[in-house]
Design a protein around this ligand. Structure first.
Ligand code: NAP
Ligand code: MG
Length: 494
C-alpha cells in the first residue's frame, strides 16, 4: 500500500519524490511505503498551518463547533475501530488483543473527551482587590503547534497531540515516528472527513533529524509537544529555546513497583507481569524496578518466574499472543546490550535473556528477569525500553522509598499492599507524576499524565492537558472608568 502525507488539505508526495518502507515487526515483511519528507516538505506544512491559523476560521470558531467536529472524528474512529486495531497490530508490534481493547478504545475515548472539554474553554472573571474592579481572563489558542511522537503507541500519541490542540483552536503539524506512520495518517484522513478545514491538521512523514528538527526550530511554530526519549527531548528543548517556543516534553521513565509485606501476592505478581511486560516493556510507564521486602523475596521470585513462563510470545495478529516482537532489530540489539551489561555488572539472570526458539523471523526477545540488582548498575539507572525487569530487595519502608526515588526519572510508580493506608503513605512519598496503588499502567482521559525530574515538562490529558494548548490573556476593561483616575499621579486629570 502506498500512502501519501497530508499537507494543506491535500494528500501529497515528498517534493523529492522519495519514499520509505514500513514493515511488520512480527515478520520483518514490507507492508507499505510512505513519503520520505525533507525540511522543504516540513516548511510547506508549517506555512499551511501558519496561514490557516492567522487567516482561517478554525481559531475563531465557537468552541462547541470545534467540539462537534472532534465528536464526529471520535465517531468515525469508533466505526472503523477494527481496521485501526488490525493496522496498529500489523505496524506497531502491538498484540491484537491489546490494540483492540487498549489502544483503539483509548484513542476513541480521548478524542471524545477533548471534544467535550473544548466546550468548557471560555472566559473567567477575576476580582482585582487591589484595584477594586473586575477583570477578565481569556484562554486563547497558542497558534501553530507541532507534535513529535514515538512508535510505541502510534495512534494514541497522535491523538494526544492532535485532539487537545484542535479543541483549543490551534493548527497542527504532526510527525509520526518513522517506524509507525500508518494509523496517524488514517486518523488524519478521518479528521478531514469529520470537517477539520484544510491546513488546520497536517501530517508529515519523515525523519527526526530532518522533519523533526524543522518542526522544532522553525520560527513560524509557536509550540512544540514532544514525546520520546530523554536524550532527544534535551535536544528539542535546546532547539526550541532560540525562538522561546512553548515546549512540553513527555520523556522516559524507570518506574518502581513497590511490593509491601502485606501485599496480596497473586495480585502483585499479576500486576508485576502487566507492569513490566505490557507491550514487551516498550512503554514509558513500564514498571522496570521491582522492589521486594527481603522476607517475601524468595517465594515471590519463585512464583513470578513460574508465571512468566506462561506468557505466550508470538505474532501480533494472533489472539493468543501476550508478547509480540520489539519494534526493530536495532531496538532488540539495544536491549540485548543492556542484558549483557547487567550480566557484566554482576546482576543474576533468573529468567529469559535470549531470542526465543521457533520465532526466527521478527524481533522477538524473551521476557527477562534480573535479581540482585543494585541502584548503581546501568540496568537499574537507564531506560531499557524492552522486556527486562530488575529486582531489588529492601528492608523496611524507608529503604523502599529511598530505592524508589533513586532515579533521575519520575514518570510513574506503583505500590502493592492490602493496607490502603500504608500504601498511600508510601505512595505520597514517591516522586513521580503518577503513583498507582494496586494497579499499574492504567490511564484516564481526565487525569494528568507526565513526569517529575527528567521524565519531562508539562502534563497531557485532563483539563491540565487542554490548558497546555492555550495562552492566557488578561483583558483589563474597567467599566467604571475609575481606575485611570489613579494613574500614580503621573498624568494629572484635568
Ligand atoms: P525517540 O528516539 O526520542 O524519538 C521520538 C520522536 O522524535 C520520533 O518521531 C523521532 O523521529 C523524533 N526525533 C528523533 N530525533 C529528533 C530530533 N533531533 N529532533 C526532533 N525530533 C527527533 O523515541 P522513540 O525511540 O521513538 O520512543 C521511545 C521513547 O519514547 C522512550 O524513551 C519512551 O520512554 C518515550 N515515551 C514517553 C512517553 C511519555 O508519555 N512520557 C510515552 C511514550 C514513549 P524518528 O522516528 O524518525 O527517529
Ligand atoms: Mg528512538
Amino acid at each position: 500500500m502506498e500512502y501519501k502525507m497530508l499537507i494543506d488539505g491535500g494528500w501529497t508526495e515528498a517534493a523529492s519524490g522519495r519514499r520509505s518502507g514500513v514493515i511488520d515487526p512480527s515478520t520483518e515483511e514490507a507492508i507499505a511505503t510512505v513519503p520520505r519528507a525533507s525540511r522543504e516538505d516540513a516548511r510547506a506544512a508549517i506555512d499551511a498551518a501558519r496561514d490557516s491559523f492567522d487567516g482561517g476560521p478554525w481559531p475563531q470558531m465557537r468552541t462547541d463547533e470545534r467540539g462537534d467536529v472532534l465528536e464526529r472524528l471520535a465517531r468515525l474512529l469508533e466505526e472503523n475501530a477494527e481496521e485501526f486495531a488490525s493496522l496498529e497490530a500489523l505496524n506497531g508490534g502491538k498484540p491484537i488483543r491489546q490494540a483492540s481493547f487498549g489502544d483503539i478504545p483509548m484513542a476513541i475515548e480521548h478524542t471524545r473527551y477533548f471534544a467535550q472539554l473544548a466546550k468548557t474553554l471560555g472566559e473567567e472573571v477575576v476580582e482585582l482587590p487591589d484595584i477594586g474592579i473586575k477583570s477578565r481572563v481569556l484562554r486563547e489558542p497558542i497558534g501553530v503547534c507541532t507534535g513529535i511522537i514515538p512508535w510505541n503507541y502510534p495512534l494514541l500519541m497522535a491523538v494526544w497531540k492532535i485532539a487537545p490542540a484542535l479543541a483549543a483552536g490551534n493548527t497542527v503539524i504532526l510527525k509520526p515516528a518513522t517506524y509507525t506512520p500508518l494509523t496517524a495518517l488514517e486518523y488524519a484522513r478521518l479528521a478531514m472527513k469529520a470537517g477539520v478545514p484544510s491546513g488546520v491538521l497536517n501530517v508529515v512523514t519523515g525523519s527526526g533529524s530532518e522533519v523533526g528538527e524543522e518542526l522544532v526550530s522553525n520560527p513560524k511554530v509557536d509550540r512544540v509537544a514532544f514525546t520520546g526519549s530523554t536524550e532527544v527531548g534535551r535536544k528539542v528543548m535546546a532547539m526550541a529555546a532560540s525562538t522561546v517556543k512553548k515546549v512540553t516534553l513527555e520523556l522516559g521513565g524507570k518506574a518502581p513497583m513497590v511490593v509491601l509485606e502485606d501485599a496480596d501476592m497473586e495480585e502483585a505478581i499479576r500486576g508485576t507481569l502487566f507492569g513490566a511486560f505490557l507491550h514487551q516493556g516498550q512503554v514509558c510507564l513500564s514498571g522496570t524496578r521491582l522492589l521486594l521486602p527481603s522476607s517475601l523475596h524468595d517465594s515471590f521470585l519463585k512464583r513470578l518466574i513460574e508465571k512468566t513462563k506462561s506468557l505466550r510470545l508470538g505474532p501480533t495478529s494472533s489472539w493468543e499472543t501476550d508478547l509480540g516482537p520489539l519494534i526493530s532489530e536495532s531496538q532488540r540489539e539495544g536491549v540485548e546490550g543492556y542484558i549483557a551489561g547487567g550480566l557484566g555488572d554482576g546482576a543474576r539472570l533468573v529468567h529469559g535473556g535470549r531470542r526465543p526458539e521457533g520465532l526466527e523471523r521478527g524481533f522477538y526477545l524473551e521476557p527477562t528477569i534480573f535479581d540482585d540488582v543494585t541502584s548503581d548498575m546501568t540496568i537499574a539507572r537507564e531506560e531499557i525500553f524492552g522486556p527486562v525487569l530488575s529486582i531489588f530487595a529492601y528492608d523496611g519502608p524507608e529503604e523502599a522509598v529511598d530505592l524508589a526515588n533513586a532515579t533521575t526519572y519520575g514518570l510513574a510508580a506503583s505500590v502493592w499492599s492490602s493496607d490502603l493506608k500504608r500504601a498511600e503513605e508510601v505512595a505520597r512519598r514517591i516522586r513521580a507524576g503518577t503513583v498507582w496503588v494496586n494497579h499499574h499502567h492504567i490511564l484516564s482521559c481526565a487525569a494528568p499524565h507526565g513526569g517529575y525530574g527528567q521524565s519531562g515538562i508539562g502534563r497531557e490529558l485532563g483539563i491540565w492537558g487542554l490548558h497546555e494548548y492555550t495562552e492566557l490573556k488578561h483583558l483589563f476593561l474597567d467599566e467604571s472608568g475609575e481606575a485611570m483616575k489613579d494613574a500614580f499621579g503621573l498624568v494629572s486629570p484635568e
